[in-house]
Design a protein around this ligand. Structure first.
Ligand code: ADA
Length: 596
């Protein structure tokens, strides 16, 4: 499964996820061995053929738990004609071959990519994906870090059969201006050598309430139609503002049901292409009617002052690596809801679209950010950094712009925002986001305290602070010091202010009345002080606790952590609650989603 709703009625899309794949480790060693005996002995499984399922991480295979190197996936599948191979995530670099011919390469585990193949002969074809999870100068974003870079085809794969023309993307961003409007951007591609006269139609279902609160989809209404001419192999991007005025045909006998954490109503928008009245392609996207903006010191969601009660969450699990199945994603969100949380920060990279689909359906607010964590100025000067970071933004927004749950676009967690060079990178990336989507506020989680020189750039100022853990100050004092500097001395004055990280470590099961650091008792007490200080702070729009669950880190990272894990989870990696679970639940559930 790639999405939680049907994305096509007409276009044939066959999932290649599942079984029938083989994996062969080609070169590499165990990351851990370098730390033990420096001989980096070659992994004994090199050349061995494993039967595997996709999505998955090869670290789930005994003997490959710490493998860092290259390997090749392969699978035979049936197809023909014009096809598109869609990959939702390959970690961290994937090179795709079809019948021995290279189709292309993609860097970065966390964003989708695809390859078009025209006029493929009908029959069996051989798909190979060379995967590489090594750290090197070529990789500016996947570096030794406080999270794990896994290896694998870690998200879904599909092969689509296309006709003479197809819809590459359908972006629909709702906007309210006395009426609801839909700002649509549609990319249409002619796959033939001949000119095409194509009819585009966009349809929106009317929703109606049946038996109380249940909403059902009624008839689909055409809200936009246009004839488009495309020359041979031409592609066109149409941008249209579609008005849903009260007197529009769509609005007869219906109303628009807003998306909110309390009422996460979703609409399936369908775009259809036809030639001479024959339908040739379609694409369905899911949207929610909601507005979000930064106004004064508040984040307004549908005009109401939002209070964020969130968690930073890595895509990480001891059984699945970063390739969590839907059931594991669902279990995490059940815990978030039980804790009284209303938000997730996708630290520190774009997330699986199925997870974002779940957030849309459950009314969980999302801060989604491009892939970067704690890169120094020197690391940001890697010649590949800017291109890789900006490409991640483009792919993230292109793929995720329709998710109503995403209300903040984030960049460059704890990177060099205290330097002039770093500022240039931040500035370019904020501008890129605004150009692609100016419907959402932008932010970046900073740990540069009173040295940050970029706070005039974002719409929301966000700080990662660790009082009672890294900084021996009370939570209130350290929060006040940073808040006051931001609002009195920095370019961030007067903007909404979020604590985007705060927390403390605890080893699951380490209990002691001495309440030393790493005990569950210490974490519970520190979090009580930290969360209360933030939620009681006038002018603070919310909090993302670091972090939801313990997660694996890469051996090669400079800082040693107990268990080679980041142990600041409210639950451990198996989602077993620590003592802090009840503290977080007690406090979070005592606050509403909005300021009065
Ligand atoms: C930073 C960083 C997180 C994590 C955290 C910690 O704030 O953004 O990824 O490393 O510190 O646990 O220290």
């Amino acid at each position: 499964m790639l999405r939680l709703f049907k994305t096509n009625d007409l276009r044939k899309s066959e999932e290649l996820s599942g079984s029938g794949w083989t994996f062969i480790p080609l070169s590499g060693s165990d990351a851990g061995s370098d730390c033990i005996d420096k001989t980096s002995a070659e992994n004994p499984n090199i050349g061995k053929k494993f039967s595997v399922v996709v999505p998955g991480c090869i670290e789930s295979i005994p003997g490959l738990e710490s493998f860092r190197g290259t390997g090749k996936y392969s699978k035979v599948f049936k197809a023909g004609g014009n096809i598109r191979l869609v990959f939702k995530g390959v970690s961290h670099t994937g090179t795709v071959y079809l019948d021995g011919k290279e189709l292309g390469k993609h860097y970065n585990a966390y964003t989708p990519f695809s390859f078009l193949v025209k006029n493929l002969p009908e029959g069996n074809h051989f798909l190979e994906v060379l995967v590489d999870n090594r750290f090197s100068e070529e990789s500016a974003l996947h570096v030794p870090n406080d999270y794990m870079t896994y290896m694998g085809i870690t998200r879904g794969v599909a092969v689509e059969r296309l006709g003479d023309a197809y819809i590459e993307y359908l972006h629909i961003v709702p906007e309210y201006n006395n009426n609801w409007n839909l700002n649509a951007s549609i990319k249409i591609v002619n796959l033939t050598e001949s000119e095409k006269k194509i009819h585009l139609k966009i349809l929106l279902p009317r929703l109606s309430k049946v038996s109380g609160e249940t909403l059902v989809e009624g008839s689909e209404v055409a809200i936009f139609e246009k004839e488009i001419e495309l020359k041979s192999n031409e592609e066109k991007i149409l941008t249209e503002k579609i008005l849903l005025k009260d007197d529009s045909s769509y609005m007869q006998d219906t109303m628009i049901f807003e998306w909110s954490p309390e009422t996460p109503v979703l609409y399936n928008v369908k775009a259809k292409l036809s030639v001479d009245n024959n339908d040739i392609d379609d694409l369905i996207e899911r949207i929610g009617f909601r507005t979000v903006k930064a106004e004064g010191r508040f984040i307004l969601l549908n005009g109401k002052k939002l209070r964020i009660k969130g968690f930073c969450r890595h895509e990480d699990h001891p059984m699945y690596g970063c390739a969590l199945p839907l059931q594991a994603m669902e279990a995490d969100l059940q815990i978030v809801k039980d804790l009284g949380g209303n938000a997730i920060r996708t630290s520190h990279y774009p997330n699986d679209e199925m997870f974002l689909d779940l957030c849309d359906e459950r009314g969980i607010i999302v801060w989604e950010e491009n892939h970067a964590r704690g890169l120094s100025e020197e690391q940001m000067k890697n010649p590949n950094f800017e291109e890789q970071a900006e490409k991640c933004i483009e792919e993230m927004i292109n793929a995720h712009i329709n998710h109503p749950s995403i209300i903040i676009w984030g960049i460059l967690n704890e990177c060099a925002s205290e330097t002039e060079y770093g500022r240039e990178c931040y500035k370019k990336q904020y501008e890129l986001i605004k150009k692609m989507d100016d419907s959402r506020p932008r932010s970046s989680a900073s740990c540069k305290f009173m040295n940050d020189i970029c706070l005039d750039l974002p719409d929301i100022v966000s700080y990662n602070i660790y009082p009672e853990w890294y900084v021996n100050k009370t939570s209130k004092d350290w929060l006040d010091e940073n808040y006051d500097w931001v609002h009195n001395e920095s370019g961030g004055s007067g903007k909404p202010f979020i604590i985007s990280e705060i927390g403390a470590g605890a080893i699951y099961g380490y209990r002691s009345p001495i309440k030393a650091k790493w005990t569950e008792e210490y974490q519970a007490e520190a979090l009580r002080h930290q969360i209360k200080a933030v939620l009681e702070k006038i002018g603070c729009s919310g909090i993302f606790i670091w972090q939801f669950s313990d997660c694996r880190i890469s051996y090669e990272w400079f800082s040693t952590r107990p268990r080679t894990m980041n142990n600041k989870g409210i639950v451990d990696e198996y989602r077993r609650p620590k003592l802090s679970y009840d503290v977080v639940k007690e406090i979070y559930t005592s606050y509403s989603n909005y300021f009065e």
